[in-house]
Design a protein around this ligand. Structure first.
Ligand code: PMP
Length: 740
């Protein structure tokens, strides 16, 4: 016989007072506290009081031992959790000491005593802070229970959300047709959305009924007591949270979801929920509400004398179920944190155009990439299609690399603040970056900022301050960033006719005579160079030409700024930094893009001797620069590059990719150039390049375009690009180029 089908005990208060005196030596008055299927009394004597629990005849000793063991486990693991402990009532060894028996008219019942905890019933409704605290305490309880095991925990109690399917036959007890339909709809959703995924949810032994009526509070709304482990069972912890959450949502029609979300925050502050758990939370709350009304209807028919207790939560539960009926389950679930389904691509593009379209650059590709998620070298679109990402250098260690994601999430949960305070991540990152600079380079000072533009802007300020000159030298079609100062150094973005007088340009060949003339045009503050000449069309210079450029810069009195924003972080395949790979020593190095694998973080590295000559030294501050989360992301990137040996990998795969494309010997391919995994494919015309890029995109491969004439395919994948991806890309490229 199950505990829900057995007849509840029916001892009178006087009986219980006598029993308490006998068993516990507490002489006092017994008050019935109410119970679904057992009897629970508070016996208050002079000086001492105790809670007496008499089980129904269906209860077995193993389950009671499970309950006692769970409580004792919690008390040991997290002693601050105010759980009501069992009191020993016999000399039996082990857990048997916590139970005895008592004879009643219908048979012999188990009897237990629990310590009495003080506190009051919850204020209705609970204030916001109490809601958060409540949920945080619930999470703590689950954290304490997750190491607990007991063989009786697989008990299959109908109240456990895992058993929701068993409510179906009982739903007939709900008389009202419309209401019964609501219950059926909840169970249908459960069957469709939750049941198939149930066994992927984290599970352990849980309280099973941590609703607000099983908790006592102090005047400030803090929890002073957790009672009634009578439904303890092995189940999903998120299902257990849904039980508490459903109780918090009762009786607050005006702001039910707002409060529910505060509770989710409170729970997650101790025990973050996984995406799947958030996706099923709404349906678990609904399943709990359905369980309340169905079990109530079914039990009331059997035990009308306990109707008042059994039906206590019905009205509020129906109200919430009716809300579900109005809003629909998807909306109900979304309000509690389930991930929404993607917007239609066309609509999203229109909204983008309306809000940011005036200033922001246009979307790439005729058929825009509406990206939902990504992993490694793959992007997944809203249409569910996988796209091979051979274009994005920012996710240098692969999209959504777990090392980086975890570092960000963990640090976000611990501390994120600004650089006026002292914390480890910033200092560790600065040390790690300096350690990557070539020996003897003298590069010993770091400033952390948030974007490549900012790093270059600061480099430009530094160069002008130190040299007291204001001339700049850049390549013909360079890009160095978006601030007013460095936009002037970015001819790629200059509108027609725009030509700042202080900026001299040299053609990508870095012809010695041209360089010298350009450097001398005006007193030179700095030369900025992206060593891959990415924007100029991926034209990595020969070492000698680069070395001559550095020499000419110094002779003209300027600083040489190696802009590693694109080519840094191992892309060159020979060294973490392209300048080192190409054998030059810059005065300033700027880093960005891949530095945080997508998390905004950037840096400038230079010599402290130069900084000391800068009037603004020690006055430079960037609110977010080097913040703990950004620094942790950047450290994780460096770790992953090292552990996965990505620099050497990029060199090998880059060589292979270049050779395979060159071997296509297609008449439209004019030249194939590479610096490690930065590969440029010069085609016969910009029209051809555009057609190939669009065709590749339609075929599921993403590459870009670059060069002064937009006639170069830009292939710049995450460094985890492997041989199989080379194969896919080369085959797709051959297809896109066609026969002639
Ligand atoms: N320098 C180079 C070489 C770049 O490619 C870029 C970005 N494309 C920048 C600087 C500017 O970086 P951010 O967009 O992070 O400001």
């Amino acid at each position: 016989m199950s505990v829900l089908e057995a007849t509840p005990p029916s001892f009178s208060a006087d009986d219980v007072a006598r029993i308490a005196a006998d068993v516990a030596g507490v002489d006092g008055v017994a008050t019935n506290l109410g119970s679904e299927r057992d009897q629970t009394f508070l016996v208050e004597g002079r000086g001492s009081s105790v809670v007496v629990k008499i089980s129904n005849l269906g209860e077995d000793a193993a389950t009671l031992d499970l309950e006692a063991a769970a409580i004792l486990h919690v008390a040991e693991v997290d002693p601050e959790l105010p759980v009501a402990r069992p009191l020993s009532v016999s000399d039996e060894p082990g857990l048997a000491a916590f139970r005895t028996t008592v004879r009643g008219p219908a048979g012999t019942h188990h009897l237990r005593l629990f310590e009495r905890l003080h506190g009051r019933e919850p204020a209705a409704p609970l204030p916001d802070r109490a809601v958060r605290d409540y949920a945080a305490t619930h999470a703590r309880l689950n954290l304490a229970l997750r190491s607990f095991f007991h063989p009786a925990a697989g008990r299959g109690l109908l109240w456990d959300p895992a058993q929701a399917a068993k409510l179906r036959p009982l739903a007939a007890a709900v008389g009202d047709v419309e209401r019964r339909a609501l219950v059926t709809a909840v169970l249908d959703r459960f069957e469709e959305n939750v049941a198939p995924r149930w066994r992927r949810l984290r599970a352990h032994v849980v309280h099973g009924d941590l609703n607000v009526d099983n908790v006592l509070f102090d005047d400030a709304g803090r929890i002073t007591g957790i009672v009634d482990f009578g439904d303890v069972t092995h189940s999903a912890h998120v299902g257990d949270f849904a039980i508490g959450l459903a109780s918090l949502m009762r009786g607050r029609p005006a702001d039910v979801f707002r409060v529910a979300r505060l509770a989710v925050d409170g729970y997650a502050s101790r025990l973050p929920l996984e995406p799947l758990e958030l996706d099923v939370l709404g349906d678990l709350v609904l399943a709990r509400l359905a369980a309340i009304v169905v079990i109530s209807a079914w039990r009331v028919a059997r035990y009308p004398e306990n109707a008042a207790y059994i039906q206590s939560w019905d009205d509020d539960s129906w109200r919430l179920l009716e809300l579900f009926g109005e809003l629909g389950g998807d909306r109900f679930a979304r309000e509690l944190g389930a991930s929404p389904s993607p917007t239609a691509t066309g609509e999203l593009a229109r909204r983008r155009a309306r809000t940011v379209g005036a200033l922001l650059t246009r979307l790439t590709y005729e058929e825009p990439v509406h990206a939902l998620r990504a992993e490694g070298v793959w992007l997944v679109g809203a249409d569910g299609r996988r796209l091979l990402d051979a274009y994005n250098n920012v996710p240098v260690v692969g999209h959504c690399h777990p090392r980086v994601s975890e570092a960000v999430v963990r640090q976000t949960r611990m501390l994120n603040t600004h650089a006026r305070y002292l914390y480890e991540p910033l200092v560790e990152l600065a040390e790690r970056l300096l350690a990557t600079m070539p020996a003897g380079s003298g590069l010993d000072a770091v400033m952390l900022v948030n974007s490549g533009s900012e790093a270059n802007d600061l480099a430009w300020r530094l160069a002008r301050g130190v040299t007291r000159n204001d001339g700049a030298l850049v390549t013909h079609h360079a890009y160095h960033g978006l601030t007013a100062a460095v936009a002037d150094l970015s001819p790629e973005e200059w509108p027609a006719g725009y030509e700042p007088p202080h900026v001299a340009r040299v053609s990508p060949a870095l012809d010695a005579a041209e360089v010298e003339a350009a450097a001398a045009r005006r007193p030179l503050a700095a030369t900025f160079l992206d060593a891959g000449l990415t924007s100029d069309g991926i034209l990595p210079p020969p070492k000698a030409a680069l070395q001559a450029l550095v020499r000419a810069t110094h002779e003209a009195g300027g600083l040489f700024v190696a802009d590693e924003v694109q080519v840094g972080y191992g892309r060159s395949g020979g060294h973490l930094w392209a300048f080192a790979h190409l054998g030059v020593t810059p005065d300033v190095v700027t880093l960005g893009k891949p530095m945080g694998n997508g998390y905004p973080v950037a840096a400038l590295v230079t010599r402290s001797e130069l900084v000391e000559r800068f009037a603004f030294a020690q006055r430079v501050f960037s609110t977010f620069g080097g913040n703990p989360v950004a620094a942790r992301a950047a450290l994780a990137v460096l770790d992953a590059i090292e552990d996965e040996r990505l620099v050497a990998h990029a060199g090998r795969v880059g060589d292979e990719l270049r050779a395979r494309i060159a071997a296509l010997t297609h008449p439209a391919v004019v030249d194939v150039r590479a610096l490690g995994l930065l590969v440029g494919v010069q085609l016969e015309s910009s029209e051809r390049t555009n057609a190939v890029v669009e065709s590749l995109r339609r075929g599921g491969v993403l590459v870009g375009r670059t060069g002064a004439h937009d006639d170069v395919l830009k292939i710049r994948p995450p460094l985890v690009f492997g041989d199989e991806h080379v194969e896919l890309l080369v085959r797709a490229l051959a297809d896109a180029l066609g026969d002639g």
